[in-house]
Design a protein around this ligand. Structure first.
Ligand code: MN
Length: 496
């Protein structure tokens, strides 16, 4: 094995001095053992795959458990490991993450029916709500698989690439992970639409080069004027990803690609240290390069995109009267735009570990963070159903027919429409159904046949002694699990 786990540990220590290096090392040894003798399509040792995933997760600044779960993510499913071993050596939390990744991995998108797609996306959201790290590990897994897709048999590549474009790239976008989305799309583009990909690589070359030269000139001028105004700034060119370039070129359905219409093939990006300086920098840009009339300025700082993206975008006349897009943002907005959810996660972690002497506080902080994610997911779900783009591509009716309800702790449960607190109790645990004393929804007592709505927080108040299940509940329960358990109990009661 050519991989050295100390490289990953070094990477982790740069943002997390409390990392347990020994635990990471032993997870790596465990992984190598579990995959002994296994090879990837490329011929390299299988364990190189989980190693790369751990490295990606470390670059996203995730916590030890997530990185360990990344190392172990295939050891049960594809390797020789047992779940009990993972629990014994690395704890239940890591084992739960591995379970989650395996389950998300089972969501295959072989059939391109809309129902299928919706159902799988829904499940994905659900896993995401339970623990966002599961989806981040899955994204890292997919990213590495895409980076090595060339080694896979050609007849399989197309399906994997399309699946990436349809599910994983949009998911990364939803999570605000711009750089992951862009890389996934470009890797998939090559195998999903090979002819167009090759044509675009060839035809776009001169346009990229030309745009880069314009940007270089502007960079020079702007850096000088920013320095004069005492604004600390980084300025660089951002190349548009091939896949989004392709989408833009063929947007109007024209056969011939018109590159002259694309103003942001390479955009100029200015990164400053505060939001106030974003506006000053914008002023400096407009003082030296006239803004293009009628295209307008988009202020995503004042009005962030739904996934949290913030920046100011403007279009100006650059050298040779060519239109150039300029984007201005702070360092923090930049992190957020590139790493989205992962950046949030790392930030929350840093904050909570900073307060580590107060264990109680820490617990509360982590719990709150979890809850706010859950709230955001509910928001996203609404957005999914309103968004025209998505509606035209797929039907999200599946989402409308389900209810996402929450336990007081913030766990998410997915119930069909018409579900009641009794359905909820049986879904949480079949044994809880026998101890239903009463039920509260959003803090208020409700009858047991109350119809739950998405977003409800449901609390079952347990009876001291077994209190059911009651036969009469069959009149209103809608889940199979509740119906089955109540009927089972009815049979047992009549026999005994
Ligand atoms: Mn994998």
């Amino acid at each position: 094995m050519t991989k050295n786990i100390n490289e990953v540990i070094k990477q982790i220590e740069s943002f997390n001095p409390d990392t347990e290096a020994d635990k990471i090392k032993s997870a790596w040894e465990f992984t190598q053992l579990a995959h002994t003798g296994q090879k990837r399509f490329s011929g390299e040792d299988y364990a190189e795959h989980p190693y790369e995933i751990a490295s990606i997760l470390a670059s996203w600044k995730l916590d030890d458990d997530a990185i360990i779960a990344g190392l172990l993510h295939d050891t049960i499913e594809d390797g020789g490991a047992e779940r009990e071993d993972i629990v014994a050596l690395f704890g239940e939390d890591v084992a739960l993450l591995v379970d989650g990744v395996t389950k998300v991995g089972e969501l295959r998108f072989k059939k391109y029916t809309e129902d299928h797609f919706t159902e799988n996306l829904r499940k994905m959201i659900l896993y995401m709500a339970r623990d966002i790290r599961v989806v981040l590990i899955k994204l890292a897994d997919r990213l590495h698989n895409m980076r090595t897709l060339v080694a896979v048999k050609s007849e399989k590549r197309g399906r994997i690439a399309r699946e990436t474009l349809e599910i994983y790239a949009p998911l990364a976008e939803r999570l605000g992970m711009g750089s992951v989305k862009g890389e996934l799309e470009d890797l998939a583009f090559r195998f999903a639409y090979t002819k167009d990909y090759e044509k675009l690589v060839l035809e776009s070359k001169t346009y990229y080069k030309e745009a880069e030269e314009h940007i270089k000139k502007m960079k020079h001028v702007l850096l000088r004027h920013l320095a004069e105004e005492k604004i600390e700034a980084r300025v660089h060119g951002r190349k548009k990803h091939l896949y989004s370039l392709w989408n833009k070129l063929k947007r109007d359905g024209e056969k011939v690609w018109d590159f002259d219409k694309i103003h942001d093939i390479v955009a100029l990006r200015i990164i400053v240290d505060s939001p106030a300086h974003c506006y000053s920098a914008l002023g400096i840009v407009h003082a030296h390069y006239k803004p293009v009339p009628n295209i307008g300025i988009s202020d995503f700082i004042a009005q962030p995109k739904p996934n949290g993206y913030q920046s100011i975008h403007t279009k100006v006349f650059g050298p040779d009267k060519r239109i150039v897009e300029v984007q201005v943002r702070t360092e923090e907005m930049h992190e957020q735009a590139e790493y989205g959810v992962a950046a949030h996660w790392a930030y929350a972690q840093a904050k909570t570990s900073g307060a580590s002497n107060e264990m109680l506080n820490k617990g509360v902080a982590v719990e709150k963070e979890k809850l706010s994610w859950v709230k955001q997911l509910v928001e996203w779900q609404k957005e999914f159903t309103n968004s025209k783009d998505y509606l035209s591509a797929v039907k999200f009716d599946g989402l409308n027919h389900r209810n996402f309800v929450f336990s007081p702790k913030g766990d998410v449960y997915d119930l069909p429409r018409g579900a009641t607190p009794v359905d909820f109790a049986f879904t949480v645990h079949t044994s809880l159904g026998g101890f239903i004393g009463s039920a509260k929804v959003n803090g208020k007592l409700v009858p047991l046949d109350y119809k739950l709505k998405s977003g409800d927080v449901v609390e079952i108040i347990k009876s001291k002694k077994p209190n059911g299940p009651h036969r009469s509940w069959l009149d209103f329960v809608v889940t199979t699990v509740a119906r089955r358990e109540i009927e089972k109990h009815k049979r047992q009661a009549s026999h005994g």
